[in-house]
Design a binder for this molecule. Structure first.
Ligand code: DX5
Ligand code: ZN
Length: 220
């Protein structure tokens, strides 16, 4: 059984207080942060980039899990590694160089992950299993925090869990989009072991309490 990890997404934090808010979740036991990078082309929104990863790297020892929602991500792998990412996730829908890019990320000594949007069939992941350390299953259309989980996308999670279990690969399965205390258990039962939570952690007034609440539901 893989380790259970809650990955707060800094997209929902108060950027004027990011360092403090990160210290707060870390005091509650968090050591894994999700960073949503959006280019306004692959997704209809723009967020943050390498400078923020670089600042975070100086401020924390937590795992920096960088989710690239950008077109042709192969152009920016080196710069996100240099900035301090520990894991880089690319979308299978964002480029025709997914194989090469996953191999390249690993060759640089960090973890490689691939993501599918809710309408993408998990079948496309089969040939990629040997090249990834983590698979990210989106449960909202990527682009915005604070959306409601698309229930049907949990079927993708179940399929990905089956694919991984039937393979010989040791792959984490991350779920991202609309995760909160009401549905995190269901996502775990569907097969995820890494849970991104943006508004359910940094969108709450007490981020440490909110982080613990998600953990409690999973451990119950
Ligand atoms: C959506 C992002 C998510 C999002 C999560 O495009 O990839 O990581 O910020 O936020 P919540 O948990 O609020 O859906
Ligand atoms: Zn994300």
């Amino acid at each position: 059984m893989k380790k259970i990890i809650i990955a707060p997404s800094i997209l929902s934090c108060d950027f004027t207080r990011m360092g403090d808010q990160i210290k707060e979740v870390e005091s509650a036991g968090c050591s894994f942060l999700h960073i949503d990078v959006m280019d306004g082309v692959f997704v209809p929104n723009i967020s943050i980039g390498q400078p923020v990863v670089k600042s975070l790297r100086k401020a924390t020892k937590s795992i920096l899990d960088t989710h690239l929602m950008i077109i042709n991500p192969e152009r920016y792998i080196d710069s996100f590694i240099d900035a301090g990412s520990d894991i880089i996730t690319i979308h299978i829908e964002s480029s025709d160089k997914t194989f090469e890019t996953l191999k390249y990320i690993r060759s640089k000594g960090i973890k490689a992950a691939v993501s599918i949007k809710p309408k993408t069939s998990p079948d496309v992941l089969k040939p990629l299993l040997p090249y990834c350390d983590m698979i990210l299953v989106m449960t909202v259309e990527p682009g915005f925090g604070g959306q409601k989980l698309i229930h049907e996308a949990l079927d993708n999670l179940r399929e990905v869990r089956k694919l991984v279990d039937e393979s010989s690969y040791n792959i984490d399965i991350e779920v991202d989009g609309g995760i909160d205390v009401t549905n995190i258990k269901e996502a775990a039962l569907a097969g995820a072991n890494v849970f991104v939570a943006g508004s359910a952690v940094f969108g709450k007034p007490g981020v440490a309490t909110a982080y613990k609440a998600l953990n409690d539901v999973l451990n119950y």
